[in-house]
Design a protein around this ligand. Structure first.
Ligand code: AFP
Length: 365
C-alpha cells in the first residue's frame, strides 16, 4: 500500500500546537527527540542476543546494581545512554532524571540549557528482556523552575519534586509485537505505531479511552500475605466472582512489565495494583513515583481512567525524593474508585464469626 492514511507523530504534534498559538515549538521538538530515542531503543531491543545486549551489566563478575538496588541489565544502561545522547544537545532541557542515575543529570557545558526537565525509566520491565517479553520506556516532561531557566544553574533533586498534575507531557514506548508510542500533551491520549519501513510513528489509536468498568485485574499475587486489608478484600471479591459480592467473574493478568499492563488497560480496560504492602517497610510500594507512577497515572487520567495510591489521587502527591517508591493503583475509573472506597472504610471487624460485620457492603452493587 503506497499511501498511508495515518498522520505521522510530527503532523499530529504540529496540528496539536495550533491549539496554542503562542507555543514556541520547543515542546514538540523535545517530544520528537524522545521519540527518536525510543526508535533507537526499539531497534536495539529487537536485535536481542544478535546485538550482544542481553544479560546483566558488568564484565561477567557480579552483575552491577542500580541506585534501586536492582540488578542492572546491559539494556538498562544502553537505553539510558540513548535517552541522554538523543536529548542533551537540544538546548531544550535544564536537566534530566532517570531510574538508572542516582543524581540528576546536568546538561554538559557545551550545550545550551532550556526550560524543561525530562524524567524517564529508560527500560521498564527489563527483568523480562532475557525471556523476550514486551518491555517499554516511560517518560515525563516537567517545566523547570523559573530560577533554573533564568540563571542556567545546575538542577537539584528538589527541582523535580512537582506533583503529577504539573506534567506537561507523559508517555511511553512499548517494545512488543509492534513498537508503539503512547502520548498525552494534556489533551487526551493518542497512540502511534512504528512503521519500520518509514521509520515513523503513525497515528493508529486516536483519542484512547479507558472503559470505566472491567472484569480483569493485574496484581503480583505472590505478595498476598503482605497486602493491607482493603487490597485483600478487593482481590478476594474478584476471586469469589459470580458467587461473591461482585456478582461477576474476573480474569487475572500479571506480565511484570508495567508498560505492557498499562497498554492493555488503555486498550480494553482493567485495573493494575502494585499497592503499598508490608513486605519491606523501607519500600512503601515497588514502583517509582516520578518516572513510573506519575507518567502512567497522567495517561490513565487523560484517557478517562483513574490513578491512585489507594488513599489519594496519584496526581496530587508531592514528591519528596527523586527515586521515591509509592503504592500504585490505576485503570478503569469505577474499579479504582471502589478500591479507594475500601481504603476509606473502617478496618474489618475482628469478629469474623458475625457475618453481619464481615459483609461491610450490605448492598450488592
Ligand atoms: P523491572 O524493570 O526490574 O523488571 O521491574 C518492572 C516493574 O517495575 C514494573 O514494570 C512491573 O509491573 C513490576 O516491576 C514487576 O514487579 P514484580 O517483579 O515484583 O512482579
Amino acid at each position: 500500500m503506497l499511501l498511508s492514511h495515518h498522520s505521522t507523530l510530527t503532523q499530529f504534534l504540529i496540528e496539536e500546537r495550533r491549539r496554542h498559538p503562542t507555543a514556541s515549538g520547543d515542546l514538540n521538538a523535545l517530544i520528537l527527540d524522545v521519540a527518536l530515542a525510543c526508535k533507537a531503543i526499539a531497534r536495539t531491543v529487537a536485535l536481542g542476543e544478535i546485538g550482544g545486549v542481553l544479560g546483566n551489566q558488568g564484565d561477567g563478575a557480579a552483575a552491577s546494581v542500580n541506585v534501586q538496588g536492582e540488578t542492572q541489565k546491559k539494556l538498562d544502561v544502553v537505553s539510558n545512554e540513548v535517552f541522554l545522547q538523543r536529548t542533551e544537545w537540544s538546548g531544550l532541557l535544564a536537566g534530566m532524571a532517570s531510574e538508572e542515575m542516582e543524581l540528576p543529570y546536568q546538561i554538559p557545558s557545551q550545550y545550551p540549557r532550556g526550560k524543561y526537565l525530562l524524567v524517564f525509566d529508560p527500560l521498564d520491565g527489563s527483568s523480562n528482556i532475557d525471556v523476550n517479553v514486551s518491555v517499554g520506556s516511560i517518560f515525563s516532561i516537567l517545566r523547570a523552575p523559573a530560577d533554573v531557566v533564568e540563571s542556567g544553574r545546575d538542577v537539584t533533586e528538589a527541582d523535580f519534586f512537582q506533583p503529577g498534575a504539573q506534567q506537561c507531557v507523559a508517555g511511553y514506548a512499548l517494545y512488543g509485537p509492534t513498537t508503539m508510542f503512547v502520548l498525552t500533551v494534556g489533551n487526551g491520549v493518542n497512540g502511534f505505531t512504528l512503521d519500520p519501513n518509514l521509520g515513523e510513528f503513525m497515528l493508529t489509536h486516536p483519542r484512547i479511552q479507558v472503559p470505566p468498568d472491567t472484569q480483569e485485574f493485574a496484581i503480583n499475587a505472590s505478595n498476598a500475605r503482605f497486602w493491607e486489608a482493603p487490597v485483600k478484600r478487593y482481590v478476594d471479591e474478584c476471586l469469589a466472582g459470580k458467587t461473591g459480592a461482585r456478582g461477576k467473574d474476573f480474569n487475572m493478568r500479571w506480565i511484570a512489565s508495567m508498560v505492557a499492563e498499562a497498554h492493555r488497560i488503555l486498550m480494553r480496560g482493567g485495573v493494575f495494583l502494585y499497592p503499598r504492602d508490608n513486605k519491606d517497610p523501607s519500600k512503601p510500594g515497588r514502583l517509582r513515583l516520578l518516572y513510573e507512577a506519575n507518567p502512567v497515572g497522567l495517561l490513565m487520567e487523560q484517557a478517562g481512567g483513574r490513578a491512585s495510591t489507594g488513599r489519594e489521587p496519584m496526581m496530587d502527591v508531592i514528591p519528596t525524593s527523586l527515586h521515591q517508591r509509592i503504592g500504585l493503583v490505576f485503570g478503569s475509573k469505577n474499579e479504582v474508585e471502589r478500591i479507594e472506597r475500601y481504603h476509606r472504610e473502617p478496618a474489618a471487624c475482628k469478629d469474623d464469626a458475625n457475618p453481619l460485620f464481615v459483609e461491610r457492603s450490605l448492598f450488592r452493587d
